[in-house]
Write a new protein. Structure first.
Length: 66
């Protein structure tokens, strides 16, 4: 698993989903007034990144093709 250094579709997808969740949550906190619903949507989306990674890894998308 350490041979690919995270350069797999599963890793990229998980990082992208988590990043999107953090961006949505951050934007929600900068709104005036603060949108707590949008904040929790962002937190939920960031939390989904780990299960997405695990499912994609089980599908074989976290293997090195080098």
């Amino acid at each position: 698993m350490a041979d690919n250094h995270g350069n797999t579709p599963a890793a990229w997808t998980a990082v992208s989903v988590a990043f999107l969740g953090f961006v949505i949550g951050s934007i929600a906190l900068m709104l005036s007034p603060v949108s707590m619903v949008l904040f929790w949507v962002g937190i939920g989306l960031a939390a989904v990144a780990l299960p997405v990674f695990l499912v994609m890894a089980k599908m074989g998308l976290h293997e090195s093709n080098h």
